[in-house]
Design a protein around this ligand. Structure first.
Ligand code: DON
Length: 604
């Protein structure tokens, strides 16, 4: 007799299990959120006085006029001001992207790329892929030294590290399809900000001082752009003015993305690439296209998931993991129990293995997305999980080892007054990308070429993957982990989220979605809660302080899991919005792991 599908049996099991521990934990987290200094709603709320805050909205900024939550207070305010001027969520998202290119130079960009997921209030959804592409002269072995070893210096920084940037075309495409305000009105605020300058936060001042001695040091234009006049170190409160970036943004505001891809900015990039042995040409820039793609859709415990498909692996890893957890009825266990953590880790292990095996640019080969995100496949994976023993990643997938990755990207979330929602994650890849600022144009180029599988057919204990779907080819997009995500319930918007963090990104997003959907935590508690990470290989569990209590740790180790000795300092940065469709109220929750982050609502 065939085994019944696991997800068909899950309902019975779910309702048979009492949840007192879970309720106690939710209450404790709720109290914590209320008590926290940044947790008050009232001070920043634009909801009428006297309106009851639903428990899920505790610790958030509330507004009926929309919300922008990002890593940068100044960029969030610019996005919110676009909403105040009658812009919709896409207008605000575009304005925020350009503002982050000014105020958050480690990841905000016009010289990088990323993904935008949009869900309109009527339930229609779409995505925009503005991931970088390999230049047309790229070859599968271009990141190898003559002796066949991987030239990390070339993938990490300098003139061969950048892919053809996608952000400006992507923003233009999204705006042309769905924006409401004139293009100029959404780009100009960033141009003005770059020209006027802005006061450095303590965190950014310290970061720039570090980068000037390291990443920027080999590149005079980068030092000139981000150094303090006279060469003294930056201090908090000093004003950073970016006149060249202002000129570029002004040109983009006036002439659209063509200023970047075929105008003087393209000339500057191509000329400096040629002079320094880089690969990107005028033709690469002129031929770059952003792509509108159908979103990836999934369902978890009755909630609708709208996510990014390839060339990002984010949506597949997210949905494949959630499907397994649903098939296992894992949510009956408490969030910090070893039972839960074991299943959570095993599900991620399997989804990340499939990421390495199958995922890459869909324009360059078939990617089995439907199969990987199907219920039947999740059931078969769930059956392969031993409830009492950790699996071996090597046995599951062969001897492939995944790399350690830098952790600088940025995610922001936007909702407008009508309930249209936008999730954007974009990046330069490593912090400050390739370290190269284009002289005269004032912006940093990415180092996204390092996201390709650099040595075809070769997987190493250092962590390189050599599987075919993500090997370098001319014009191909490198595989990403970015996971901008929107969750709906009963046809109504519920959650907008996403995160930076390289390969940890899908796990961070999974933890936020699980917090809200499986554990019914207020979003503040779900974002604050410590996170876990397992990426198939290396076969180890990484975790933030407090994610795994001592008793669970001992039990997990008894099952054969390898837990890293010390907790990760911080995993991800999930600036998110919870939406109450009944009252059309957005609740913005910044991730307090980032000191300059903010949830901003339009003030009028
Ligand atoms: O696309 C990716 O998955 C990586 N380039 C993202 C890098 C990243 O998240 C670094 N940041 N925090």
């Amino acid at each position: 007799m065939p085994t019944p599908p696991l997800h068909a049996a899950r309902e019975r099991a779910l309702h048979a299990v009492p949840r007192p521990r879970r309720r106690t934990m939710i209450l404790a987290l709720l109290l914590l959120a209320c008590a926290s200094p940044a947790g008050g709603v009232a001070a920043q709320s634009t909801v009428r006085a006297g309106t009851a805050i639903p428990p899920e909205g505790v610790g958030a900024v509330a507004s009926r006029r929309g919300m922008v939550v990002s890593v940068s207070d100044i960029a969030s305010d610019i996005g919110a001001s676009v909403l105040a001027r009658g812009g919709n969520a896409v207008d605000a998202a575009v304005a925020t992207a350009f503002a982050l290119a000014v105020t958050h130079p480690s990841a905000g960009n016009i010289g990088g790329g990323g993904f935008m997921v949009v869900r309109m209030a009527n339930g229609e959804a779409t995505t925009f892929d503005f991931r970088e592409k390999a230049p047309l002269s790229a070859t599968p072995t271009m990141m190898l030294d003559p002796d066949g070893s991987i030239a990390y210096a070339r993938t990490d920084s300098g003139w061969l590290a950048p892919g053809v940037p996608g952000t400006v075309r992507g923003m233009e495409l999204a705006h042309r399809k769905l924006g409401k305000l004139p293009w100029r009105d959404v780009v100009l605020p960033a141009a003005q900000l770059a020209r006027r300058g802005f006061p450095l936060s303590r965190a950014l001042a310290e970061e720039l001082n570090r980068e000037l001695k390291t990443t920027f040091a080999p590149f005079p234009a980068s030092v000139a752009t981000y150094g303090r006049a006279g060469g003294q170190p930056w201090r908090a409160g000093d004003r950073l003015r970016l006149p060249d970036l202002a000129r570029s943004l002004r040109a983009i505001a006036d002439s659209g993305a063509d200023a970047f891809y075929t105008g003087w900015i393209a000339d500057s990039i191509a000329e400096q690439m040629r002079a320094h042995g880089g690969a990107i040409t005028r033709r690469d820039l002129a031929e770059y296209q952003a792509v509108e793609r159908a979103p990836l859709r999934g369902a978890y415990l009755g909630h609708e998931i709208v996510a990014m498909g390839p060339p990002s692996s984010g949506g597949v890893v997210l949905i494949e993991t959630l499907n397994q957890l649903e098939a296992l009825t894992a949510e009956r266990f408490a969030r910090t129990s070893s039972d839960w953590l074991h299943l959570r880790i095993e599900a991620a292990r399997r989804a990340y293995l499939d990421r390495a095996r199958y995922l890459g640019d869909p324009d360059f080969g078939a990617v089995p997305v439907e199969r990987l995100t199907s219920r039947a496949y999740a059931d078969s994976l769930a059956r392969s999980i031993d409830p009492d023993r950790a699996s071996s990643s090597v046995t599951l997938g062969g001897a492939l080892v995944a790399p350690t990755e830098p952790t600088e990207t940025t995610h922001y979330s936007v909702v407008d007054a009508a309930g249209n929602a936008v999730a954007v994650t974009y990046t330069l890849e490593g912090g400050y990308g390739s370290g190269v600022v284009v002289r005269g144009a004032g912006f940093l180029l990415n180092n996204e070429m390092g996201d390709f599988n650099k040595k075809p057919g070769y997987t190493s204990t250092r962590g390189d993957i050599g599987t075919p779907p993500n090997v370098i080819a001319p014009g191909k997009r490198m595989l990403s982990s970015m996971t901008p995500t929107i969750v709906a319930r009963n046809g109504e918007l519920l959650l907008v989220t996403g995160s930076p963090g390289g390969r940890t990104i899908p796990n961070t997003v999974i933890d936020v979605v699980l917090g809200v959907v499986a554990f019914r935590l207020p979003l503040r508690a779900a974002v604050d809660a410590p996170r876990v990470h397992h990426q198939w290989l290396p076969d180890e569990v990484r975790y933030e302080e407090g994610a795994i209590p001592a008793d669970a740790r001992a039990e997990l180790e008894g099952m054969g899991h390898v837990l890293r000795g010390t907790p990760t300092r911080s995993q991800g940065d999930a600036h998110s919005i919870w939406y109450d469709a009944k009252t059309r109220t957005s609740y913005g929750v910044n991730d307090r792991r980032s000191p300059d982050s903010k949830a901003s609502a339009p003030t009028k």
